[in-house]
Write a protein that binds this ligand. Sequence first.
Ligand SMILES: Cc1cc2nc3c(=O)[nH]c(=O)nc-3n(C[C@H](O)[C@H](O)[C@H](O)COP(=O)(O)OP(=O)(O)OC[C@H]3O[C@@H](n4cnc5c(N)ncnc54)[C@H](O)[C@@H]3O)c2cc1C
Length: 305
Amino acid sequence: MLDVVVIGGSFAGLSAALQLARASRSVLVIDAGEPRNRASAAAHGVPGWDGVPPADILARFRADLAGYPTVRVLENRAEHITGEIDAYHVITASGQSFDARRIILAHGVRDILPDLPGLSGAWGRTVLHCPYCHGYEVKGQPLAVLATGPMAAHQAHMLRADWSDDVTVLVNGAEGLDESGLIAAGLKIEHRAPVRVARAEGIGVWFHDGTETQFAAVFTAPKVSLAQSPADGLGLGMSDGPMGPYVRTGPMQQTDMPGVFAAGDLATPMWNVNFAVGDGARAGTGCHQSLLFPDFIPALEKDAT
Ligand SMILES: Cc1cc2nc3c(=O)[nH]c(=O)nc-3n(C[C@H](O)[C@H](O)[C@H](O)COP(=O)(O)OP(=O)(O)OC[C@H]3O[C@@H](n4cnc5c(N)ncnc54)[C@H](O)[C@@H]3O)c2cc1C
């Protein structure tokens, strides 16, 4: 019986595991090796790591854990979780099974990119989702926002305010955009349907009439999915974010299933490495507190409501 199985060994999961490692708890981290920002050459806005490739940051996180003999990282995919507090059971894709008193879910979300030829190949490089993460590198240059819904207006206003005075909204058939508000804020509106994008120095967007426009980057807000989570069968409470569902948690990241904690992108509508590391640390310490003092987390949750 392990103390904790952490599912997902990226920013949130490894941060959680480090807290538990420092209490010498037995921890297994199961990781499928596909952190969400893996397509980007560099992560930005992470203090101490600004501009460093995501894989290099995670390699250092893993190296830190290697010094703690009670923690093991298994490269695999968790398929199913069953059980209850003090007796959870995890099965991996390769058929291994593990028993643990607590579970930390940190397996992130899956991006559902707009269906436009060429777009997925440029994702994380010249097709971007977050001005804070990648806007500084293209500031002052012609930018586009490929609309997927009302969040496009949010992105466009942000970019126009603080990153570039040349921002075009590619409406792309999206409904619910306040076009007059966008125009009043100095944004350009493009109604022609984009048919493909291609990466060069910046990014070219081709329209159905055969013309092409070059931008330094195209921003878009992908929908996210939690489908096929190994926690599917647990019936966890969920919340609706603007881009998709996320797991509901209390003040120490415990879900509404006692003994199951959740951290990182799957447990928030705001996605960022720093948030994932912070929430991971909270899940790790919360999980440890719950192992020692079963009534501690429920009391905090009661105070928070
Ligand atoms: C293109 C892009 C660029 C970004 N750039 C930045 C940036 O510059 N700065 C910034 O702060 N944020 C950035 N972000 C956001 C950042 O990537 C996320 O907030 C962060 O990766 C979330 O960490 P996480 O640990 O929650 O999940 P993830 O990093 O997504 O890691 C989840 C881990 O769990 C594994 N996993 C999934 N399912 C299973 C399973 N069933 N069993 C076992 N393991 C599983 C995955 O393979 C992965 O290793 C970017 C996001 C994207 C999409």
